[in-house]
Design a protein. Structure first.
Length: 94
């Protein structure tokens, strides 16, 4: 009986950890976008771009990060890069 309780306890722990990791999946890129937004608000466009780029490396389909990255390129007067990024977003967005 004690052995059965131990197995049930281990299975419960595995289930809990799996559920926790699934709930955290997708959070890192959102955190990076938030950090990028904070840097943008402070006028630190290089740091903002760095965070948006990292978010896109994790989740390339994240339109918010792509748009924000294009906007920050524009703010840095990197107009050609911004235009290309905006075009890509327009072509790939639903």
């Amino acid at each position: 009986m004690e052995r059965l309780n131990c197995k049930i306890g281990k299975l419960t722990l595995v289930f809990f950890l799996t559920s926790l990791s699934l709930s955290l999946f997708g959070q890192e890129e959102k955190f990076l976008v938030k950090k990028g937004n904070q840097a943008y608000e402070k006028g630190d466009f290089e740091k903002a771009q760095e965070n948006y780029t990292k978010a896109l490396e994790i989740s390339p389909e994240l339109t918010q990060a792509a748009f924000n990255e294009a906007d920050v390129l524009y703010q840095q007067k990197k107009y050609a890069d911004a235009i290309e990024k905006f075009k890509t977003i327009a072509e790939t967005s639903d």
